[in-house]
Design a binder for this molecule. Structure first.
Ligand SMILES: C[S@@+](CC[C@H](N)C(=O)[O-])C[C@H]1O[C@@H](n2cnc3c(N)ncnc32)[C@H](O)[C@@H]1O
Length: 342
């Protein structure tokens, strides 16, 4: 593989919050391979950012993220946004509107969802000043007619999820400050609190922690952010497992968890619901063949969905998500949106 060697020292923020792909590969190469999978194409996710192209052709934005390109000598290629240089942060903001939401804002907005669900305020935490919060004490009570199981199963999606700060809050994506598990505010974190408070038996905890994981979804365009979001979810799950069992999860469990995450956090162009860059020009086939014009170059038409701005007409690869309910099968994400009658 041709690529420039990385000799950069890791910054203080990186040392604090960054998950090193090399460490995951050392635990188990299959685990990192799973986290790189694109379940729709059955290949790896794509870079979909030009930020790494100066490192060599393997980092071209249209290429898959190869395991060898982010491990070994290249172990510190991928960094979370908080650890990226100001120039790179600004470039990503300009190009892809990448601005990550501070944890206290995620908390305020996630609280609104729970206020509505529970029919009361301050269920998981109370604000302390404008930018901090204090976790509520004691077991959370459920309103009449609603159960903790329904809360865990209710689906949540973070659109254009970046590093997924609305789903998990291991660290503040804007400052890089680490957040201890009891004070985390993500949608998945909240479900895990409910699971831990309600499952006395270990096998029950295992079953419901997996259901919590299967109920949270996110999609994102840029491949490095997709990978970081997946890693954040994996490490968040491990934190809760370790708190519960005071032991490391088994490799089999980690692979099962990583497989769910690879389905539920997926790479997609959210304006088209397809795999990024998969829409393409089509050769027109209605060209009249005659001796006179048989050697004329074929005319090319753009993707009909892109040309008409119609999400149902793209010729790219529509992304698939997994329906973990009894149906247990993958479905195109776009099938969740009804076609408008012409
Ligand atoms: C404002 S950031 C929000 C990230 C995260 N949800 C947060 O609140 O911190 C917008 C995100 O949208 C992503 N994005 C931009 N265009 C997109 C597209 N067409 N499809 C999917 N994601 C896109 C960017 O890569 C970036 O991560």
């Amino acid at each position: 593989m041709e690529a420039k060697t990385i000799t950069r020292e890791r910054t203080e923020i990186e040392r604090r919050i960054d998950i090193i792909e090399e460490d995951i590969a050392k635990i188990d190469v299959r685990l990192l391979k799973l986290l790189l999978q694109d379940k729709t194409t059955k290949k790896n996710i794509l870079w979909c950012t030009t930020d790494y192209e100066n490192l060599g052709s393997v980092y071209d934005e249209h290429n898959q993220i190869l395991l060898e390109a982010i491990t070994g000598l290249f172990y510190n290629v991928i960094q979370p946004r908080a650890a990226k240089s100001k120039e790179i942060q600004e470039m990503r903001s300009k190009k892809r509107a990448e601005v990550f939401t501070p944890s206290w804002v995620c908390n305020d907005q996630n609280n609104l969802i729970d206020d509505a669900w529970f029919g009361r305020k301050d269920v998981f935490n109370r604000p302390k000043g404008q930018t901090a919060w204090i976790a509520t004490e004691g077991k959370i009570e459920f309103p009449e007619g609603k159960t903790w199981r329904q809360y865990v199963d209710d689906k949540r999606l973070e659109i254009t999820c970046g590093e997924a700060p609305y789903l998990v809050s291991r660290y503040d994506t804007t400052t890089g400050d680490l957040i201890p598990p009891f004070a985390r505010v993500g949608l998945f974190d909240r479900k895990m609190r409910i699971v831990t408070e309600n499952c006395e038996m270990d096998d029950e905890w295992m079953k419901w922690s997996m259901r919590a994981l299967k109920s949270v979804y996110g999609y994102e365009f840029q491949g490095d952010s997709v990978l970081i979001a997946r890693e954040n979810l994996l490490y968040d799950y491990i934190d809760y497992y370790k708190e519960r069992f005071h032991a490391e999860p088994s490799l089999n469990l980690l692979r099962e968890v990583a497989n769910i995450i690879a389905w539920n956090i997926w790479q997609m162009d959210g304006l088209k619901y397809v795999v990024p860059y998969s829409c393409h020009d089509e050769e027109t086939i209605d060209r009249q063949l005659s001796f006179a014009d048989w050697d004329k170059p074929a005319e090319r038409k753009p993707c009909p969905g892109c040309a008409k701005g119609d999400i149902h007409l793209h010729n790219g690869i529509y992304c698939r998500i997994f329906d973990w309910t009894n149906k247990c099968k993958s479905i195109p994400f776009i099938s969740l949106f009804k076609k408008e009658e012409a």
